[in-house]
Design a binder for this molecule. Structure first.
Ligand SMILES: Nc1ncnc2c1ncn2[C@@H]1O[C@H](COP(=O)(O)OP(=O)(O)OP(=O)(O)O)[C@@H](O)[C@H]1O
Ligand SMILES: [Mg+2]
Length: 355
């Protein structure tokens, strides 16, 4: 099925609800044609608000602009925007068969029966529901229901597909396999899609780019690897994984150094006095022998936690609050041991902002 690839532009778009709540601060966002973008952030940060504004289910504050393919749609009602939506609970029609659910949007648009059959047949193949066409939603697994919801949303050839936490209702194991399946389907459809989630793993697997939101704002947009490795804000760093926040006292700030277990590391070149320095647990190297080299500091392992594929070490050291390091599961460090630690300069992440 050939789908249009539409660019989405959100320009200075804001939403103040009737009770005065600012659901969304003035926001700019561009989704490229055929791109899958995830809106990622904690509960209440404004993900659904932004998605519903793009859908036309909410009207934005004056001065906001939304365009699809360069055409202003800000004043268009939902049914004229050409969007497909998939919700958390799928909202399938329980009394209708799989085929009737998928063809629903075509029928209400007056598509003739032969064309409906053709499109439904094509989608049933695409989402691999062959043989289940005459079942009803209650007779399907969670994953099959999700595929029906997706097929129904794309049957009308939307310009933009909007997904609001479509995996949240599922248990963890099923969620993981459906996440991979959904990622693959979206790639195959090659449709412009915006996927809302508060699960960073899900966002990383499904999306080409992520927009991380906090308190009604988009804090940073980028591909997963960039956000993970070079978060512009401590909130982004902590939301996309685990992170240690490094401390520098006033004297260390003046001298542009970072104390670390008896040594001083030079701060990155772009480090200002108010820059927060972060390091991921997996970027702290830990070994038993002290190399006698000024790149290595000293620490004590105060706790060793087995996590399955990795081991987490809690480290006590001078100059820093307790730090978490993650090492391979066969690492020899044990609780109570003195170890040598190193952070390579490229793993120190300078970050700005208060939280
Ligand atoms: N109809 C409404 N009236 C007033 N305030 C609202 C309304 N809908 C949402 N809000 C508020 O706007 C803010 C953003 O809500 P939104 O539903 O967009 O968050 P979310 O990121 O989707 O959260 P979740 O992950 O819990 O779904 C919240 O503070 C919420 O309480
Ligand atoms: Mg929501």
């Amino acid at each position: 099925m050939e789908l249009e690839r539409t660019r989405v532009d959100v320009v200075q778009c804001a939403k103040t609800y009737a009770d005065g709540t600012r659901g969304l601060q003035p926001t700019d966002l561009t989704v490229e044609p055929g791109e899958v973008l995830a809106l990622l952030g904690p509960s209440g940060c404004g993900k659904t608000t932004l998605l519903r504004l793009i859908a036309g289910l909410e009207s934005p504050d004056a001065g906001s602009r939304i365009a699809f393919g360069g055409t202003d749609v800000t004043q268009l009602p939902i049914e004229r925007r050409g969007i497909g939506m998939v919700f958390q609970h799928y909202a399938l029609f329980p009394q209708m068969t799989v085929a009737a659910n998928i063809g629903y949007g075509l029928r209400i648009r007056g598509t003739d029966a032969a064309e409906e059959r053709r499109v439904v047949g094509e989608l049933v193949d695409l989402v691999r529901l062959n043989g289940l066409e005459n079942k009803r939603p209650a007779e399907l697994s969670g994953g099959q229901r999700q595929r029906v919801a997706l097929a129904r949303a794309v049957a009308v050839r939307p310009r933009v597909l909007l997904l609001d936490e479509p995996l949240t209702a599922l248990d963890a194991k099923l969620k993981e396999s459906l996440r991979d399946e959904l990622a693959e389907l979206l790639r195959r459809l090659h449709i412009t899609a915006i996927h809302v989630t508060h699960d960073q793993q899900e966002a990383l697997v499904i999306a080409d780019r992520l927009a991380v939101m906090q308190a009604g704002r988009i804090v940073q947009v980028g591909d997963g690897e960039t956000l993970y490795r070079t978060p512009a804000h401590p909130f982004v760093a902590a939301f996309l994984g685990r992170v240690n926040r490094l401390q520098r006292d006033e004297a260390a700030r003046q001298r542009q150094v970072l104390p670390l277990g008896g040594i001083e590391l030079p701060c990155p070149a772009a480090c200002a006095a108010d820059t927060v320095l972060l390091v991921r647990p997996e970027d702290i190297e830990v070994q038993l022998d002290y190399p006698g080299d000024e790149a290595w500091g000293r620490a004590e392992v105060t706790r060793r936690s087995f996590l399955g594929e990795r081991v987490q070490l809690t480290l006590a050291l001078t100059g820093q609050p307790p730090m978490q390091a993650e090492v391979p599961r066969d690492h020899p460090a044990r609780q109570g041991q003195q170890v040598a630690i190193r952070i390579r300069p490229e793993h120190l992440m300078p970050s700005h902002g208060a939280s």
